[in-house]
Design a protein. Structure first.
Length: 297
């Protein structure tokens, strides 16, 4: 008979995709992972994986075992959550994924404050400009901007994410100010390459009409902080989030351009999986984050 420890180990192995990845995650040797898998297969009398020197794939029986293991662990977590809520206690590990720049600027602070208020909660923050699959990688919460393609997640808007076209006063003085989107084609535009977005096409809206402009320039990066730095140095025109460059706009280091036009919606959402009973640590953090962002936007 499989134990809960066996089920948890097996799901970790499925999610990690290899013995070496599982070994790193569990902080044990690959040999120990192989031995534990072999023991599990002997005990269940089921071949769970087809293994070769280069790959390992679930057998048909392994897929069935995985499905039931996920259900069993889900029921156990829900039972524990309901019992803990009866005691009114917020505790446990909170795993959070957020975009790099936003995470540095806001999430580190809000998590620190949250843990001061909830001393029995632990937090693990993963920053990446490539959103992870929350379910597959066992994250409790994610921060997402703009449209949300994954309808399987519950989403709560926590802030309006306004973006601005901007440049330094020195750049505008030297090259002039564009008055319409198509005039950007004559300017040096600094582009941000993130995710799968068409980073060289900038979209605008005015009076229910849309405008798309393919921009170009000598500088591009996959890091927003680098793009902002180049704009401050007068290297060109860029699009940045108001939460990121608000201070520079206030002190005049950057000036907003094309203010008669709107940019596509990119509101900030906190997302999490659907639960029959929302874990108290997730519910408490979402409420705290919403209040935190409300005080800043």
């Amino acid at each position: 008979m499989s134990t809960l420890s066996d089920l948890d180990f097996f799901i970790t192995l499925c999610r990690s995709g290899s013995i070496s990845n599982t070994a790193r995650e569990l902080d044990i040797s690959p040999a120990a992972v192989s031995k534990r898998l072999s023991n599990l297969e002997k005990r269940t009398k089921i071949q769970l994986f087809n293994r070769s020197t280069r790959s390992m794939n679930l057998t048909t029986e392994g897929q069935i075992y995985r499905d039931y293991a996920e259900q069993a662990l889900s029921y156990i977590r829900e039972m524990e959550e309901r019992l803990s809520q009866r005691g009114g206690e917020v505790r446990g590990l909170l795993k959070i994924n957020a975009p790099l720049g936003f995470g540095r600027k806001y999430m580190t602070t809000v998590i620190s404050e949250f843990l001061q208020n909830y001393p029995k909660v632990e937090a693990k923050l993963h920053l990446s400009d490539h959103p992870v699959n929350l379910a597959e990688q066992s994250y409790d919460i994610g921060i997402r901007f703009g449209e949300l393609p994954d309808s399987s997640l519950h989403a709560k808007k926590i802030a309006t994410h306004r973006r601005v076209v901007c440049a330094s006063p020195q750049y505008v003085e030297r090259y002039g100010e564009p008055r319409a989107p198509d005039e950007l084609m004559a300017h040096n535009c600094i582009t941000l390459q993130q995710n799968n977005d068409s980073w060289s096409v900038w979209k605008f809206y005015k009076n229910e009409k849309s405008y798309s402009v393919r921009v170009s320039g000598r500088l591009s990066a996959n890091d927003g902080e680098s793009v902002t730095r180049w704009a401050l140095e007068g290297q060109g025109i860029t699009i940045r989030a108001e939460w990121d460059v608000g201070g520079y706009l206030l002190d005049g280091s950057l000036i907003p351009l094309l203010t008669d036009y709107e940019l596509p919606n990119a509101d900030i959402h906190v997302v999490y999986q659907h639960y029959n009973t929302l874990p108290s640590r997730i519910r408490a953090f979402v409420e705290y984050l919403n209040d935190f962002m409300g005080r800043r936007f």
